[in-house]
Design a binder for this molecule. Structure first.
Ligand code: UT7
Length: 323
């Protein structure tokens, strides 16, 4: 017997406003063809007035709770992975807790930029395995449209807003890779790459700041680090790439997604791809892709899912789970 953190429900929220690549042509020296061919992005959603990271997170959480057949008060902990919390503090997670009307439990944010949801899943798993929580709401939510420099064509065309949430619950498994739930996690970071991807504001400047990225430098690290972390997590779980039903990668760039799948020896038929419709939603991208993958009928109960991400820090990691 072994405790496992099993997914009981999932849901997502995307803001109503959809911005097609061509819209940027009016204000920037860019075009649909460049954005599409270099990144795979065709459109993205931008939050509307009054919409924030916490309101989108709450909307996604309500759907995940409904699928799980649970009420907010059944949840012991809320973790929000985000780099764009509504305010510097308190955490977006405590705002979600209040918006859900929760009267108990605890809530906190995790900040590992685009890898945030991987770090959040791993922490939620640890809370469940150590008995500190039985049911955890794990959310990835971002409003990157609010930290864009709209004059920088090399970044502002790439990112989008949205939220995805899932409910993890403690369940008994037999300790093998046939168990449902999280089977392994692998987390990494290397702070020496700070300047490749950062926001130039915070407590040191007294401003919110804008995202700055040396995209081609981040790209150079991505495929190698992602395939390595996914391989490590698969080894820990005792599975090989032939066992994998779905790769659900961080959705930053279709070329990174393709390169990583190839390195792992997996065909693109086994990859959930949403980057064309969402752009890069940072910590929200994986739960959004998981939720859309379930909605499309791609991910089904019992499927073996490998999920991986890299982003600012650099921080990167992977989680292997059976749906
Ligand atoms: O999610 C967190 C992790 N982030 C990522 O994974 C992002 C990783 N990086 C990428 O996805 C890619 O590097 C980008 C999509 C950001 C860029 O693609 P690239 O093939 O690496 O292009 P590049 O940055 O080397 O730029 C190529 C050219 C440059 O012009 P020159 O110097 O060759 O004349 C850029 O100035 O493309 C130019 N460029 C643009 N042209 C039209 C940059 N942005 C644009 C644009 N429209 N929006």
């Amino acid at each position: 017997m072994m405790m496992r953190a099993v997914v009981k429900g999932i849901g997502h929220y995307l803001p109503e406003r959809i911005v097609e690549n061509a819209e940027f042509e009016a204000t920037l020296d860019t075009n649909d063809e460049w954005i599409r061919s270099r990144s795979g992005i065709e459109r993205r959603h931008f939050a509307g007035e009054g919409e924030t990271t916490s309101t989108m997170a709450t909307a996604a959480a309500k759907k995940a709770l409904a699928m799980a057949g649970l009420e907010a008060d059944d949840i012991d902990a809320v973790i929000v992975a985000t780099s764009t919390a509504d305010l510097t503090f308190p955490s977006a997670a405590t705002m979600v807790q209040a918006q859900l009307g929760m009267k108990s439990g605890f809530a906190f944010d995790i900040q590992a930029v685009c890898a945030g949801f991987i770090f959040a899943l791993s922490n939620a798993n640890a809370l469940i395995l150590s008995g500190q929580a039985r049911r955890v709401l794990v959310i990835g939510a971002e409003t990157f449209s609010r930290i864009m420099d709209w004059t920088d064509r090399s970044t502002c065309v790439l990112f989008g807003d949205g939220a995805g949430a899932l409910v993890l619950e403690a369940d008994e498994g037999n300790g093998t890779s046939d168990d449902r739930g999280i089977l392994s996690t692998d987390l990494n970071s290397d702070g020496t790459h700070r300047d490749l991807l950062y926001v130039d504001g915070g407590s040191s400047t007294g401003t919110t700041g804008y995202l700055r990225m040396q995209g081609n430098q981040v790209f150079r690290h991505a495929v190698e680090k992602l395939s390595k972390t996914a391989t490590t997590a698969m080894e820990t779980a005792g599975i090989s790439s032939e066992d994998v039903d779905w790769i659900v990668p961080h959705q930053a760039n279709i070329r990174i997604i393709q390169g990583t799948a190839k390195k792992l020896g997996l065909s693109m038929d086994k990859v959930v791809v949403t980057v064309q419709d969402h752009g890069n939603t940072s910590a929200a991208s994986i739960p959004l892709a998981l939720s859309v993958g379930v909605e499309r009928g791609q991910i089904k109960p019992g499927d073996l899912v490998v999920t991986e991400a890299i982003g600012g820090g650099l921080a990167w990691g992977a989680v292997v789970l059976r749906w």
